[in-house]
Design a protein. Structure first.
Length: 205
């Protein structure tokens, strides 16, 4: 069976996850979502305090080679066991099984910085959202969902998130096939993408 790999990149808080979920919902049992966030290195040799100081917005903070191998396995029709990650403790927690599907959605801020990962994607989407909006979304998420203090979120944003976005994420936009303004709020773009995937699936069948 031919499978479609859809890569969704964009800055923190841009709406990548929302778009991934809407594509997933459109195809229900025919799709899976694999997040690059699952693959943050565990740093078991570091204390919690040391882990809080790691630059999590640099490509080296992720086991991208493992993600690439897992995508290849899913594309070949094999089940995988992927890691999961707890952002409150900055630690890997457990491994979960994932079955292959016709549509494999891969999302993450840094996925287009890897040539091998880019080459695996049949469709590459980049979500472009205003920086102020992205920061507000990240601040709300990290405080309300991840239990972070406002000061720690702002400090991380200024010292690693913003400079790493400018150095790695924003330039990777050039590798995208389609740029989606305003993320999950762009109903027309999402509808066109879903229709395009349906046509590609029907053509291959």
């Amino acid at each position: 069976m031919d499978r479609i790999i859809i890569g969704i990149a964009g800055g923190t808080g841009s709406g990548k996850t929302t778009i991934a979920k809407k594509i997933f919902q459109a195809f229900k049992n025919d799709s899976v979502i694999l997040s690059h966030d699952y693959y943050y290195k565990p740093h078991v040799d570091l204390s919690y305090e040391e882990r809080t100081k790691v630059n999590y917005d640099h490509p080296d903070s992720l086991e991208t080679d493992l993600l690439v191998e897992h995508i290849k396995q899913l594309k070949a029709g094999n089940a995988i066991k992927h890691p999961t990650y707890d952002f409150t403790t900055h630690a890997r927690t457990e491994w979960k099984e994932m079955q292959p599907a016709k549509i494999i959605i891969v999302e993450g801020i840094l996925i287009f910085t890897s040539k091998e990962l880019c080459d695996l994607c049949d469709v590459k989407l980049f979500v472009h959202t205003d920086a102020d909006v992205r920061f507000i979304r990240r601040l709300r998420r990290d405080v309300e969902v991840r239990g972070r203090s406002m000061d720690s979120v702002m400090n991380q944003y200024l010292h690693t998130v913003k400079p790493m976005h400018e150095q790695f994420v924003e330039p990777s936009k050039a590798k995208a096939d389609i740029i989606i303004p305003e993320g999950g709020h762009n109903v027309i773009a999402i509808s066109m993408i879903v229709d395009g995937i349906r046509k590609k699936l029907s053509h291959e069948e």
